[in-house]
Each structure stands twice: as structure tokens, then as C-alpha cells.
Design a protein around this ligand. Structure first.
Ligand SMILES: [Zn+2]
Length: 329
């Protein structure tokens, strides 16, 4: 006697009653890229509808985001080249681009949850994610930890709601946790980029963040995309060091890793649906070879099914509209 699985698929009401995963607007985090200046809104050629914006434009965008019901943004600073230096000083300044932006956004939109990307690659003239050792030409892990702690306090003093360190330095979570706790920010959560692969899916992001390294690559700190056990090990280490949320980046090609981590950690898990994933879907839509909305929704559900709770995605606004209009998918 075989089992009739089709019994539960015969009726739409019943299908929706037994459905296991859903996309909710609370799952979505929208990335924003802030630049100095006024009235700047520059579209990224490889990423349609994604812009570098000056703070005044970012504030207009936040209004749109809040009106759509999106709860959270993740903020990246994109500094002009003549302000960059070897240690990313602007990111360590309470009057720097990222600090001023956090302050203004929180002032105008106190209920919008602001997550800050904490790294140095957008602020250093060499484009690496920390201080580069003159001797080895590689990022000096422990020197970078010291300035990362300083940057975390700049974000915290500016009023950020959560800090997301993305540089993949060893010991970063413990370092930031201690620094924040010592200054009275013990309730400020840390979302760890615990699994960040050295991936070609970041290509379009490097256009928008203007953060490609001027020499070498990031393979000495980002993870080899062939490794799943290492991803689990580093995630559990970040949990031990005090991370509040773990992340896997990129998302779509790494759902085995997401699943594995979700089975071994009780922390909420976030995926970063990165620029290359976004650009591929947009290109396929433009080429007329896919049903865009259906494929987009299916992709998001795949993230949820694998075990992600949160999704950082450039699609957040269009997803919010789809969810609001209850698009039949
Ligand atoms: Zn970086």
C-alpha cells in the first residue's frame, strides 16, 4: 500500500493550510548606500533600481521604505576617493559619513531599525577590509580588531540599532562585544557576517560600493566557497563569541550551508541575497525568459525553507509591494 501524497494537494485551501514556509515583510532588510553631497542619486548600471544616494535622498528613500512597511535597513557608506586613507579614518570619526547618516536617519525615523555595516574597505585607499601590514601586504588581523572596536563605538554613539561587522577578521565578535559592553552598549545586538565566502557574486556590489581592492584579493580573510565544514565551524565560533544573529553571504548558491548552520545553531539566521543574484534575476526579466515575480518569490521561500529567518535583499521594496497587493504567486 503506497502513500497518497496528492491527497493534500487537491485543494488550494488545503494546500495553504499545510504550507510550511511563508515570506513576511518582517523578514526583509533593505540595503542603502550613502555618499557625501546633496541631491545625489546615481543608479548603478549593473543593478537597476539600486542607487548611491546622498543623505537628503536617503532620507526621502527611508520615507518610502517606512510607508511600504519595511522594518529595517542596512547602511553602507561609500566614500569619495580623496577622503580615503590607509586606515579608513572617516569611519572612525563621529562626524564621518556613516556616523552622520545614522544620526540623521534615526532622528527622522526613530522606528526604522538601522543596521550598520562595519568594515573598512569603503574607506581605505587600498580597498582592503582593514589595516594592511607593510611587511606581508596582507590585512593585519589584530590591528584591524582595534580600529573595528573604535568604529563600533562611533556607530553606537550615533544611535545605530544593530552592528554587522563584515570584514571576516578572527575574534571580531568578541572584540566588539567587549568594547560595546564597556561603554554601556550591552543591549546593542551584533549580527555576524559569520559565513562570508570569497565570491564572484559580489561583482555588481563592488560597482556600487566602489570597494574593489586596488591590489590582491580578499581570499586571506573571506572563506573559500568550496568549504561547508569551515562555514559551520566559524558560525559556531561567532555564536560562542557573542553574536546575536548569524549570516550566510551569498545566499542562493549556499543554501546547503544555511541548512547546516540552522540545524546546529539556535540563533536567528540571516542570508544576504547579494548583488550578483539580484543582477541575474533582473537580467533574466529583461531578456523575457522568466516569470519574474514568481521566480523572485520562489527564491525567497527557498531561503526560508533552508532555515533563514531574515533576508537582506535589493528586492525588498518590490517584495513589500507584492506582499501588500497579495500578488497571486
Ligand atoms: Zn570590507
Amino acid at each position: 500500500m503506497f502513500k497518497r501524497f496528492r491527497r493534500l494537494r487537491m485543494n488550494e485551501n488545503l494546500r495553504s493550510m499545510v504550507r510550511e514556509n511563508f515570506l513576511n515583510i518582517n523578514d526583509l532588510i533593505y540595503p542603502l548606500f550613502v555618499v557625501n553631497g546633496e541631491g545625489v542619486k546615481k543608479e548603478i548600471s549593473s543593478m537597476p533600481d539600486v542607487f548611491q544616494m546622498s543623505l537628503d535622498e536617503i532620507l526621502k528613500e527611508c520615507k518610502v521604505i517606512v510607508d511600504l512597511g519595511i522594518k529595517a535597513i542596512i547602511l553602507f557608506g561609500v566614500l569619495e576617493n580623496n577622503k580615503k586613507d590607509s586606515c579608513g579614518s572617516d569611519a572612525l570619526d563621529d562626524e564621518g559619513l556613516i556616523a552622520r547618516s545614522i544620526r540623521e536617519i534615526k532622528k527622522e525615523f526613530p522606528n526604522l531599525f538601522v543596521i550598520s555595516d562595519l568594515c573598512f574597505c569603503e574607506y581605505t585607499d587600498h580597498g582592503h577590509c582593514g589595516i594592511v601590514s607593510a611587511k606581508t601586504k596582507s590585512v593585519d588581523n589584530d590591528a584591524t580588531l582595534k580600529i573595528s572596536a573604535k568604529q563600533a563605538l562611533v556607530h553606537a554613539r550615533a544611535g545605530v540599532d544593530m552592528i554587522a561587522p563584515s570584514g571576516m577578521m578572527d575574534g571580531i565578535i568578541e572584540t566588539l562585544r567587549q568594547a560595546l559592553d564597556q561603554e554601556g552598549f550591552e543591549n546593542l545586538p551584533i549580527m555576524a557576517y559569520s559565513t562570508k565566502f570569497a565570491s564572484s557574486y559580489y561583482g555588481p556590489f563592488r560597482d556600487v560600493a566602489e570597494s574593489a581592492p586596488s591590489y590582491g584579493d580578499r581570499k586571506s580573510y573571506q572563506m573559500d566557497f568550496a568549504n561547508a565544514k569551515e562555514a559551520l565551524g566559524e558560525s559556531l565560533e561567532d555564536e560562542k563569541q557573542g553574536a546575536d544573529i548569524l549570516m550566510v553571504k551569498p545566499a542562493l548558491a549556499y543554501l546547503d550551508v544555511v541548512k547546516e548552520i540552522s540545524l546546529h545553531s539556535n540563533l536567528p539566521l540571516c542570508v544576504y541575497n547579494v548583488s550578483g543574484e539580484y543582477a541575474m534575476l533582473k537580467a533574466a526579466e529583461k531578456a523575457g525568459v522568466i516569470d519574474y515575480e514568481k521566480l523572485l518569490y520562489e527564491t525567497m521561500i527557498a531561503f526560508k525553507r533552508a532555515g533563514a529567518k531574515l533576508i537582506i535583499t535589493y528586492h525588498a521594496k518590490e517584495l513589500a509591494i507584492m506582499l501588500k497587493n497579495k500578488v497571486k504567486l
